[in-house]
Design a protein around this ligand. Structure first.
Ligand SMILES: [Mg+2]
Length: 358
């Protein structure tokens, strides 16, 4: 391939209002405040990347992401696009803690590079399947609303429903029972977002058993650093345990393997970047640990990239990539088609195939 250089790097904020506040056990978001990186190449091709910071999870916000991205512009400009991995490695050594900003750069580099090759990004990653099924998350709401939402979502075709737990045990059980009533045919995934102590988590599992609730997965029951506590929960659990906040890096994934504290690792590109997400997937596969993929609050751009990762690598048993933006407010277009619960990546896309809505 001829040498194709990066001639310009543009940084812009992405602001989108959310119809419904997004609540998890450690915080609430009322709007999406992300950032867009546009990499312009000497052949005229543009690559796009999104950063979706979620302060309580990764310590970044829109202001820090924009500052980091602006600091990276001079470093990126003038490089050959085929050296995307070397650029990402260097950025990681300097901005090791600014992972969502680095993820946006990796996304834009890989989008631009695979556009130069004129292949879909998911085929660059291996091209396992162009169809990806996702679950859908039911927020922390009153049981009556959860029941109605569960019935609606099941009617739309979703087969796995996820809900957040860890704030109040009685409310959590009531909501899960309501979801089961509303959608008896659906599997249920639970995510505590670090909300329980190890003993509380085991108590919670016993209460589930008493109520004859058998979730398909229980995510991050305890605080991310307490791997021994997570192992205690796993050893007393009839449900597979997933490590989410405990795994940002490939070294974290190795610690999960060494301590045997989880059955599943939840990968998110906004926790690890794209290239390290692939490394984590490799470690998990070698250790016979299943894989989940999740998201923060990405637009179609970031979600489309995660869908491509699943479609390309083809090793994800649990997919939690439900969109949170009303399609009318979505700032991007193209990429995977979404018809609940399936994403389908068109065969003829180049790169991620996603562009800004005019
Ligand atoms: Mg989670």
């Amino acid at each position: 391939m001829e040498r194709i250089k990066i001639i310009k790097v543009l940084i812009d904020p992405i602001n989108v209002a959310l119809d419904e506040p997004f609540r998890i056990a450690i915080g609430t978001k009322y709007s999406i405040e992300n950032a867009l990186v546009t990499i312009v190449l000497s052949n005229g091709i543009e690559g796009y990347g999104e950063a979706a910071p979620l302060e309580p999870i990764n310590g970044e916000n829109q202001a820090t992401v924009l500052a980091t991205l602006n600091s990276c512009r001079d470093f990126l400009t003038g490089n050959d696009i085929s050296e995307y991995s070397a650029m990402a490695k260097k950025l990681k050594s300097v901005f090791w803690a600014q992972v969502t900003a680095r993820c946006a750069i990796e996304m834009a580099l890989l989008d631009a590079y695979t556009k130069c090759l004129d292949i879909p990004f998911y085929k660059f990653l291996g091209g396992s399947d162009n169809k990806v099924e996702t679950d859908y998350t039911i927020d922390i709401v009153a049981p009556d609303i959860a029941r109605i939402n569960a019935a609606k979502l099941s009617g739309k075709g979703y087969r796995i429903l996820k809900t957040k737990v860890g704030k109040n045990l009685t409310d959590d059980i009531d909501r899960i029972l309501a979801i089961r009533d509303g959608a008896p045919g659906c599997g249920i995934t639970l995510d505590a977002n670090q909300g329980y102590s190890p003993v509380e988590a085991v108590h919670f599992l016993r209460e589930l058993e008493k109520n004859n609730i058998h979730p398909v997965l229980f995510e991050q029951p305890v605080i991310k650093t307490d791997l021994a506590g997570m192992r205690f929960v796993k050893d007393h659990s009839f449900v597979p345990i997933a490590a989410d906040e405990s795994v940002f890096t490939s070294a974290d994934a190795i610690n999960i393997v060494r301590t045997g504290c989880a059955d599943v690792i939840n990968i998110k590109i906004m926790k690890s970047g794209i290239l390290e997400a692939i490394e984590i997937a490799t470690i998990a596969r070698a250790a016979n640990i299943k894989l989940m993929i999740g998201c923060m609050l990405e637009t179609k751009l970031g979600l489309g990239c995660s869908v491509s990762l699943v479609a390309g690598l083809g090793c994800f048993s649990y997919v939690d990539l439900d969109p949170h933006i009303d399609p009318e407010n979505e700032p991007f277009t193209g990429g995977p088609d979404y018809s609940a619960p399936y994403y389908t990546i068109p065969e003829d896309v180049s790169g991620l195939g996603i562009r800004r809505r005019q």
